[in-house]
Design a binder for this molecule. Structure first.
Ligand SMILES: [Zn+2]
Length: 370
């Protein structure tokens, strides 16, 4: 069978260097589900994320009382992979994919899907489930102690409802969440208004022959609000010209960068894929943060879009595990050389035979305060 053959090839390639306890499994494709497989592999090799899911699985082992949801299906899948006897092979993420289709009709068709949209959906779903569980865990002792008398159940003395609403930080937040601050300076009175917003990933506009660093610089560049687009200054109590800029206030542990390769082109009336060459380094230094501490990140996964258009194509992923780079293409897993990663930067010419482009980048923080 294909499984054994592919497995042994990778095992041979790694030889003695096959990492202890690690598993490299391809994922079966159920008809254009590569958007899902490529993201799953990137997340599986996001070690803090994987560890949390495996923990979640082992502490919620009672299948009877737990209702199946995306979190349980994902925890189940990751556990299945990590507990395989064989070191390599293929797994069918069937229950997980069925659950995705059940939860979101966008992913129900067999059409080409957007891997970034899927990642976004998945992380937000996981956050929702964890928040609900945490709320339920907080309320359940109260419920059980008062459940004997139905009269008090809706009473005003419900201790749960009185708590101050504090944003709950789930482990998904702790891994992926960062904070941006949107600063607006009124040009008349110089007052700076700052508004914070959180993110689980950063979506960056891209330019031809650029790099992640320059895309991030553009992201944080100053924009002038004037003419039709003036800013209402609370101090001046009127519309004023202002300067606006977006800065990263708090960097996440895992920085996920989405390159906006699919752009709506007015003249075409549809999306076009931008095959621009955007260099993403192995080690990324971030300097557009509030406190300019040079924070360093290390690249560990790339979701790659293969193809020339936005509505068709394929997704694969590149993953760094124990200092080796691996190439995951649905069922197939191969070792690749680190130098091969740069072939996914994009092309400097508009028409190029190479249509494999880095689309979602996963960086892990290697220094700096948390
Ligand atoms: Zn003002």
């Amino acid at each position: 069978m294909v499984m054994g053959a592919a497995g042994s090839k990778l095992e041979k390639a790694l030889g003695d260097q096959f990492p202890e306890g690690e598993r490299y499994f391809g994922l079966e494709n159920f008809g254009n589900t590569c958007y899902c497989n490529s993201v799953l592999q990137a997340l599986y090799f996001c070690v803090p994320f994987r560890e949390q899911l495996l923990d979640y699985y082992s502490s919620n082992k009672n299948p009877g009382d737990a209702e199946e949801n995306l979190l349980t299906c994902l925890a189940d899948l990751f556990t299945q992979i990590s507990s395989q006897k064989k070191k390599t092979g293929v797994i069918a993420p069937k229950r997980f994919v069925q659950r995705v289709k059940k939860e979101n009709e966008l992913f129900r068709s067999y059409m080409h899907q957007d891997a970034h949209e899927f990642l976004n959906f998945l992380l937000n779903e996981l956050v929702d489930i964890l928040e609900k569980e945490s709320k339920a865990a907080k309320t359940s002792p109260e419920v059980s102690s008062s459940s004997s008398s139905e009269k008090t159940a809706n009473g005003p003395s419900n201790p749960v409802a009185n708590g101050v609403k504090e944003p709950l930080l789930t482990w998904v937040h702790k891994i992926f969440q960062g904070t941006l601050t949107n600063e607006t300076r009124c040009l008349r009175c110089e007052t700076v208004t700052a508004r914070d917003e959180t993110f689980l990933d950063l979506s960056l506009d891209i330019e031809q022959n650029s790099s992640i660093t320059s895309c991030l610089k553009n992201f944080s560049s100053t924009e002038t609000l004037n003419a039709e687009d003036k800013f209402f200054c609370d101090k001046c109590c009127s519309l004023q010209e202002a300067q606006k800029r977006m800065k990263i206030k708090k960097l996440p542990h895992i920085l996920v960068i989405h390159l906006k390769r699919f752009k709506y082109i007015e003249q075409l009336g549809r999306n076009k894929k931008l095959s621009y060459r955007v260099v993403f380094p192995m080690e990324l230094k971030l300097s557009n943060t509030i406190d300019d501490d040079d924070t360093e990140y290390s690249l560990f996964a790339v979701v790659v879009h293969v193809g020339s258009g936005p509505n068709h194509g394929h997704y694969v992923s590149l993953v760094k595990s124990h200092n080796h780079w691996l190439f995951f293409d649905d069922e197939n897993v191969e070792m690749i050389d680190e130098t091969a990663v740069q072939t996914f930067f994009g092309s400097a010419q508009e028409y190029s035979s190479n249509t494999d482009h880095g689309y979602i980048l996963f960086y892990e923080r290697v220094n700096g305060a948390s």
